[in-house]
Design a protein around this ligand. Structure first.
Ligand code: SF4
Length: 331
């Protein structure tokens, strides 16, 4: 008998596998590379890779691409507190997991979900919806909370002994940490980090993108991790670098049609201007770029603009108070 585990690499997902392994079931795992995770696994390294190694199980990766972004744009079950469509996200991952189960000959799915741990994705009814909508009705075992949930097919059919499963609930982590100690598991990540879609500032950046483009792409979502984001008009947005590393990454991220702005005679940020700006937006972008430069008071400065053509604009730097209203989030 084999099960497939959703392995985030966090403690709950590690314990879920351990509980099922201890019940005598062979386990393989799948990890979703979600573009909004703060610390996604890369090239076989990261939290999930570490966890799989400790658990001694094969790990399959699934990079979430444009189809995942389409789900984020229009989630059937709506968003959580921010732009996090947790129920639809879980359904998406369950559907992919169901395919992987068929490929590897697994009979059921296991997850580290704990009842009442999170307000949206992990309410009891939400857990049911996610499995049903993914075509896995009664085939998802949540080993950490199974005794509080309806019996699943694997339990009913005797594939796994329900008595070996647990009854954890709520937000506290002490029971999980105690169980980890019992299993001798010491290497697991702290719960910090997680999904950027639950972060207020990041969510407002996603909302701004959707409000003005109605579409997300891997490129546009990748840019949301960089710099300060300011909207100048419905057709023009700028990203202003905060430090040397960001300035470099912003230069690299520019694509055809984008424009790069930099101060000519003073140190300052690199600004990426996206969209099709009017002349007034271009001047505004230059004045904001100058506003973050290291410039003596009262000086008018030259800003170099590189795009399809190259030119220089002469501008008066804006003050921080004048810049603030353009941010797509509160500063
Ligand atoms: S927090 Fe983010 S990754 Fe987790 S279920 Fe919600 S949308 Fe998906």
């Amino acid at each position: 008998m084999k099960a497939l585990a959703l392995l985030s690499g966090g403690l709950d997902s590690i314990l879920a596998v351990k509980v099922v392994q201890n019940a005598g079931i062979e386990v393989e795992a799948i990890h979703f590379i979600i573009p909004f995770l703060q610390t996604p696994d890369h090239n076989g390294t990261g939290h999930a890779a570490n966890a799989a190694k400790q658990l001694n199980i094969p790990l399959h990766y699934h990079p979430c691409g444009e189809d995942y972004l389409q789900m984020i744009e229009q989630p059937q079950h709506g968003y959580g507190k921010r732009m996090n469509p947790c129920i639809d996200c879980r359904i998406y991952t369950f559907k992919i997991a169901a395919q992987k189960m068929r490929e590897i000959g697994a009979s059921f799915l296991i997850t580290g979900e704990v009842c009442d741990q999170r307000p949206n994705s992990q309410r009891l009814d939400a857990l049911d919806i996610t499995a049903r909508d993914a075509g896995l009705k009664d085939l998802v075992v949540r080993p950490l909370s199974a005794k509080l949930l309806r019996e699943t097919i694997p339990e009913r059919e005797g594939w796994i002994d329900r008595d070996k499963l647990l009854d954890m609930k709520g937000r506290g982590r002490n029971p999980q940490m105690a169980l980890a100690a019992q299993y001798g598991i010491t290497d697991y990540p702290s719960p910090a980090g997680g999904c950027l879609l639950t972060n207020e500032e990041y969510s407002l950046k996603v909302k701004d993108l959707l409000d003005h483009k109605n579409k997300l792409s891997m490129h546009s979502v990748g840019l949301l991790r960089l710099g300060r984001h300011l909207r100048l008009s419905p057709d023009a947005k700028i990203i202003v670098g905060k430090d040397e590393v960001e300035n470099e990454n912003i230069q690299k991220a520019a694509t055809a049609g984008d424009q790069i702005l930099e101060l000519v005679d003073y140190a300052g940020p690199v600004t990426l201007l996206l969209g099709t700006p009017e002349e007034s937006s271009l001047h505004l972008a230059a004045a904001i770029t100058a506003g973050y430069g290291h410039i003596p008071e009262g000086v008018t400065v030259k800003v170099n603009v590189r795009g399809t053509a190259e030119r220089e604009l002469l501008v008066k730097p804006l003050s921080r108070d004048e810049i603030r209203p353009y941010f797509v989030y509160k500063v």
